[in-house]
Design a protein around this ligand. Sequence first.
Ligand code: NAI
Length: 246
Amino acid sequence: MTDKKVAVVTGASRGIGRAIAIELGKAGTFVVVNYNGSKEKAEEVKEEIEVLGGEACICQCDISDFASGEIFFKEIIKKYGRIDILVNNAGITKDGLLMGMSEEDFSKVIDVNLKGCFYGIRHVARQMIRQRSGRIINLASVVGVRGNAGQANYAASKAGIIGLTKSAAKELASRGITVNAIAPGFIKTDMTDALSENIKNSIKEEIPMKEFGNPEDVAKAVSFLASEEAGYITGQVLCVDGGMAM
Ligand code: NAI
């Protein structure tokens, strides 16, 4: 058990999830650092939170598996008594042009990004309703708003997250639970490192601020939506994208 608010951040061993976990830890929240395969990296995030004076634990779960997710969230509630904040951050890409995209690559991205997000909400909603409070923040993308050539599967998953966010927000608003989405633009992480320099440069041309963002830019926005001060904000999509979605 802990006296602090409890936050679960999925896919928190690196990139944006890591920055979110650290930011929430700094703000005085007990953070459950979820990882799928990278235990050592997750341990490093936990240690970094502790060095900054916060508290955290690490917990393995493949969030695209409904049954594993159910056990994962039940364990957290049993151990820490509550879940105040859920950040559905875990996500993958399997890019390719629509014409050649395999059914497998389409499904896998939907399974992790969209179904994983639904599963998370589904598993915490009952507990948050009992608490009569909660904050759910889902990582969408600018690509879910604008579409993107070569990312039909990913864009569909992220547009789906926006519809899911708004529907969940409507269902849960009267129970003191807010549900919002963050739509990052292009942020410097392993996910975008995979892009060639040519593609990176052409994307920068489309960004009014002419540069990629940092994971911390997204983490600050998540931290705000997770705070008491954001209690009257729900069903929104906050773009953290250097102006890209305008
Ligand atoms: P990343 O690839 O660096 O990190 C993703 C994390 O999710 C990794 O730790 C990975 O292990 C974890 N993960 C993947 N599948 C999982 C599963 N089945 N179960 C549990 N964890 C799993 O990606 P990045 O850039 O940090 O992205 C984080 C989120 O932000 C993703 O949802 C991504 O789609 C979204 N996003 C990222 C943008 C960017 O430019 N980097 C732009 C817009 C959205």
